[in-house]
Design a binder for this molecule. Structure first.
Ligand SMILES: Nc1ncnc2c1ncn2[C@@H]1O[C@H](COP(=O)(O)OP(=O)(O)O)[C@@H](O)[C@H]1O
Ligand SMILES: [Mg+2]
Length: 270
C-alpha cells in the first residue's frame, strides 16, 4: 500500500499545484473549507472544515439527519454550499450510494460499460475493461447477468465496479452497505479495503455505523446534529486488514459511541 499512496501524493500535489497555481501546499484529495449549508433559512451544516488527503480513507460518522449526505452531495458537486469552498483537485469524484442505481434493463457488464462510455473510453476497449473491473470486485463471469439475477451484495459490487469505471481520484460513498446483511457487509468491507489499498483512491465514506467507520477508516470524523459540525476526529492506528470483531476495533468503537450518544442526547434524533 505504501508505494501506491506515495505515488498518488506526489502526482496529485504536482498536478494540483500546476492546475490551481496555489501557494497553499500540499494539495488534497478533497478540501472542505468553512462550509455552511442552509435550506429555507435552517442551518444544516455549520462551518465544516475537513481535508481528505490523497490516498486517504476518511469515514464521516453521524446520527441520521445530521447532514452527512448533504455534505457528500456538496463534495460531489450536486449542490452548492451556502458559504465556504470545496475543492477536489483531482477532478470529478465518483459516487456510490446505498441504492445501487443500476439500470435493470442492462446486464452487469453493460452497466459498467455505460460509465466507461461516458468517460470516453473507446468502444473496442470497453468490454475488456468492464470485465477487468468485474474481476476486481470478484464478479468475474457475471458480465452477462441482469440486475434481478444478482443478490444485494453482488449488486453493490457492480455499483462499486461502475464507480471505479469513472477512473476518479476520489470515491464518495454514502452508506453503501447499510442495506446489506452483516455477513455480506463484512465481505464487502474486506473487498473495499483491498481495492483501496491496491489503488491510490481517496475515499470519503459516510456512515452512521460506528463499527463500520472504525473497521474501514484511517480517520473517523464525527459530525454533530442540527446543525452538523465537526465535533471530534480520531486517527485509527489499527493495521489493515482489520476485522469488525477485533478487540482494538471494539474498544475504539465504544469510545466513539459514547461521544455519539452524547451528541444524540444533546440534539435528539429525526
Ligand atoms: N434539498 C433539501 N431541502 C431541504 N432540506 C434538506 C434537503 N436536503 C437535506 N435536507 C435536510 O437536511 C438535514 C440533513 O439531511 P441529510 O444530509 O440527508 O442527513 P444524513 O445523511 O446525515 O442522514 C435533514 O434535516 C434534511 O431534512
Ligand atoms: Mg444520508
Amino acid at each position: 500500500m505504501a508505494p501506491a499512496l506515495s505515488t498518488n501524493t506526489s502526482a496529485t500535489t504536482a498536478s494540483a499545484t500546476a492546475a490551481v497555481g496555489e501557494d497553499r501546499a500540499p494539495a488534497t484529495g478533497v478540501r472542505i473549507d468553512h462550509v455552511h449549508k442552509s435550506y429555507d433559512g435552517r442551518s444544516v451544516l455549520d462551518d465544516i472544515t475537513l481535508d481528505v488527503r490523497p490516498g486517504e480513507f476518511v469515514c464521516l460518522l453521524g446520527a441520521s439527519g445530521c447532514g452527512k449526505s448533504t455534505l457528500l452531495n456538496l463534495v460531489a458537486g450536486l449542490d452548492r454550499p451556502s458559504a465556504g469552498t470545496i475543492e477536489v483537485p483531482g477532478g470529478r469524484p465518483a459516487l456510490m450510494f446505498q441504492e445501487h442505481a443500476l439500470f435493470p434493463w442492462l446486464t452487469a457488464g453493460r452497466n459498467i460499460e455505460l460509465a466507461l462510455r461516458l468517460r470516453g473510453v473507446p468502444r473496442a476497449e470497453r468490454r475488456a475493461e468492464a470485465e477487468r473491473l468485474l474481476r476486481l470486485v470478484r464478479l468475474g463471469g457475471s458480465y452477462g447477468k441482469r440486475v434481478h439475477e444478482l443478490s444485494g451484495g453482488m449488486r453493490q459490487r457492480v455499483a462499486l465496479a461502475r464507480a471505479l469505471a469513472q477512473d476518479s481520484r476520489v470515491l464518495l460513498m454514502d452508506e453503501p452497505f447499510a442495506a446489506l446483511d452483516a455477513i455480506t457487509r463484512d465481505v464487502l468491507h474486506h473487498e473495499l479495503t483491498r481495492i483501496w489499498s491496491e489503488t491510490s483512491l481517496s475515499v470519503l465514506f459516510v456512515t452512521h455505523n460506528v463499527r463500520e467507520a472504525v473497521r474501514l477508516g484511517q480517520r473517523v470524523v464525527l459530525l454533530s446534529s442540527r446543525p452538523g459540525r465537526v465535533v471530534r476526529e480520531w486517527t485509527v492506528d489499527i493495521p489493515q486488514p482489520r476485522r469488525i470483531e477485533d478487540a482494538a476495533v471494539a474498544d475504539l468503537s465504544v469510545e466513539i459511541t459514547e461521544e455519539l450518544r452524547g451528541e444524540i442526547r444533546r440534539h435528539g434524533r429525526d
